[in-house]
Design a protein around this ligand. Sequence first.
Ligand code: URA
Length: 213
Amino acid sequence: MRKIKEAIKEAADESKAVIEAASSKAKSSRVKLLEELDAKIRVCTACPLHKSRTLAVPGEGKYNAKVMIIGEAPGRNEDLTGRPFVGSSGKFLDHVLDGSGFDRTDFFITNICKCRPPSNRTPKTHEIETCTSLYLFNQISLINPGLIVLLGGVAVKRMLGLKTVEQARGRIIEHEGQKFLATYHPAVRFYREDLAEKIKEDFDILKAEMKNL
Ligand code: URA
C-alpha cells in the first residue's frame, strides 16, 4: 500500500516539475518576443515619425500585467528618455494612480504611436495604422491583459472606433472580447480641471474592477 502511495506522489512530483518547466518556457518565450518587439520599435523606420524622433518609446512595465494603459504618443520628455509618460502628463498620471492605490509598475504602459509627432501634433491616420498594426496589437496579444485603459481620444478612436471619450468613459466596455476602460488624456488637466476630476473617477472604476481580473 505504501509503495503505491509513494509511486503516486513520485508521479505527481514529476508532472509538477514538467508543468513548471513548460510554463516557465512559455513565459520566457513571451518575454523574449516582447523584448524582440521592443528592439524592433527602437529602430523602426516604417512611418515618417522616425525622421524627427530622438528615441522611440516602446512602453514599459510588467510583461504579465493584468492591465495595460495606452496613451496617444510620446511627448518631449518621453522622446528624450525613451520612456512613456515621464513628462508633465506622466506626473499627473502617477498622481492619479497613487490616489487610487496603484503604482505605475503594476501596469504595462505604452502608446498608440511609439514615436513623438513633431511639435506634439496629433498622429496622422497612416502613422496610427502602421504603428498599431506592427507593434501595439502584438504587444496586446503577448501581454494578454484582462483590461485595457485608454487615455484620450486617439486611443479611444483606434481601439473602440468611437469618436469621443465622452461616448466611452465612465464604465467598463466589452469590445471584441476585450475589456476596456476609457478616460480623458492626462494632458486635459492643464486646461480642464473638471475633466481631470473625471479621470480620477474613472480610475476608481478600475480599482473596483481589479478584483474581477
Ligand atoms: N502623452 C502620451 O500620450 N503619451 C506619453 O507617453 C506622454 C504623453
